[in-house]
Ligand binder design. Structure first.
Ligand SMILES: [Zn+2]
Ligand SMILES: [Zn+2]
Length: 418
């Protein structure tokens, strides 16, 4: 027997309704905010991710699914959705049709991590990118969209956390201050942080192991330049005006290199150690970095697997996938042909019908109908057909009537609505 690869999941049965619910809600909220869908390939040139996500990040260092194809090219299964979206934006000259461009995506991403609850090696994200806005209005729009999406899902136990990590003008001074602070305690921090001290000093702030040292570290807010400070303050003011609840966390830095200015994360209070259900921020230099024109931009992504855990923890009722409404059982050869005609008539009326395609007796057919959780069963028998009637049975209540052939669709519709 073949088994699925570690860190992957088969999604089926009762789980599917959660996926439909989240995907449909994501599309609907995106539509309301004027975002259009983009579907990029699952794999790209490795170089794209190294360049954009950053050489020194955990993703590029140890988490990418990289392989060589038969043509000798180094390809990588996308570990995140922003770099491919930007690549498509530049390659297809989308800038020509005017800025800003609002895009969203839904799909699988791949990272080689230790699998745990809500963290698979193939995982799925819904994300948006607002390309070409340098205004705090853009930051506020993205955060509002995220908030509205979560509300529409019915979630309440989450909080939005924001920070500013400054720009290329003000961040270097801050990094110096951090280096000085950590230089005295470098022997106490974890091995990852010892390495990051040289390569990515900001990441020491969100290390789970060394959080006690981060608490007393210098804060970016005290180093922001005038532009960064006013951008940050104006965004906060907009959120307050629009009554979007948020908290500030001055140690929030995000794991990817391309961010600048405002970054944010959304945490769910009942998800334990892996509490982030989404995050994003501004990446004003990224498009230039991968060869496009200067286009200040921002975006966020949410993890669908974690959203599903959150929905379950909060007991949010999710609409059942409405299938298998009516089962059609039949007895005898003549009845078989009449039964399949009735099935098609009901289907033309948008009713989900399961037809008996096995050579089975009546009791086996009814047993199957019950297993499929059909609400109604129509029994087409040869004796009844001679009188131009069929039997309609409610499988939930056991009620049963004989109805004339011509009234089947109308009566079935009525009974389904009860
Ligand atoms: Zn700045
Ligand atoms: Zn550490």
């Amino acid at each position: 027997m073949y088994r699925k690869i570690k860190g992957t999941e088969d999604i089926y049965g009762e789980e599917i309704k959660y996926w439909y619910f989240i995907e449909n809600t994501a599309r609907e909220v995106s539509r309301i905010y004027g975002y259009e869908e983009i579907r990029t390939p699952i794999f790209e040139r490795t170089e794209l991710f190294v360049r954009s996500v950053g050489e020194e990040t955990d993703i590029v260092q140890k988490e990418m699914y990289t392989f060589e194809d038969k043509g000798g090219r180094s390809l990588t299964l996308r570990p995140e959705g922003t770099a491919p979206t930007i690549r498509a934006f530049v390659e297809n000259s989308m800038i020509a049709s005017g800025l800003p461009r609002r895009l969203f995506y839904i799909g699988p991403m791949f990272r080689y991590e230790r699998p745990q609850s809500g963290r698979q090696r193939q995982f799925h994200q819904f994300g948006i990118e607002l390309l070409g806005s340098s205004s705090p209005l853009g930051d506020a729009e993205a955060i509002m969209l995220a908030d509205n999406f979560l509300r529409k899902l019915g979630l309440v136990d989450y909080k939005i956390v924001i920070n500013s990590i400054g720009c290329e003008k003000c961040r270097p001074k801050y990094k110096e201050a951090l280096k000085e602070y950590y230089s005295n305690i470098l022997d106490k921090v974890c091995d990852d942080c010892k390495r990051r001290y040289e390569t990515n000093i900001l990441r020491l702030l969100d290390c789970k192991v060394d959080s006690s040292y981060a608490e007393n570290a210098p804060k970016m807010k005290d180093y922001l330049c005038t532009e960064c400070k006013s951008h940050y303050e104006e965004t906060k003011k907009l959120l307050e005006t629009l009554e979007v609840a948020y908290e500030e966390n001055f140690n929030l830095v995000r794991g990817l290199d391309y961010y600048n200015g405002i970054v944010f994360e959304i945490h769910h209070s009942r998800l334990g150690a892996q509490s982030a259900i989404g995050g994003g921020g501004r990446y004003d230099k990224l498009i230039e970095e991968i060869g496009g024109p200067k286009t200040p931009s921002l975006g966020f992504a949410m993890g669908i697997e974690r959203l599903i855990i959150a929905l379950k923890k909060e007991n949010v009722p999710v609409e059942e996938w409405r299938n298998n409404e009516v089962f059609i059982a039949h007895l005898g050869h003549e009845a078989k042909i009449e039964a399949i005609k009735i099935a098609e008539e009901l289907r033309k009326n948008e009713i989900s019908v399961v037809f008996n395609t096995m050579e089975r007796g009546l009791s086996a057919q009814l047993k199957h109908a019950a297993r499929l959780k059909c609400k109604l069963c129509i029994i087409v028998g040869e004796n009844e057909l001679e009188r131009d009637v069929v039997i309609l049975r409610n499988l939930e209540t056991g009620d049963q009537v004989e109805i004339e052939r011509t009234f089947i669709v109308g009566t079935a519709k009525e009974w389904l609505q009860d």
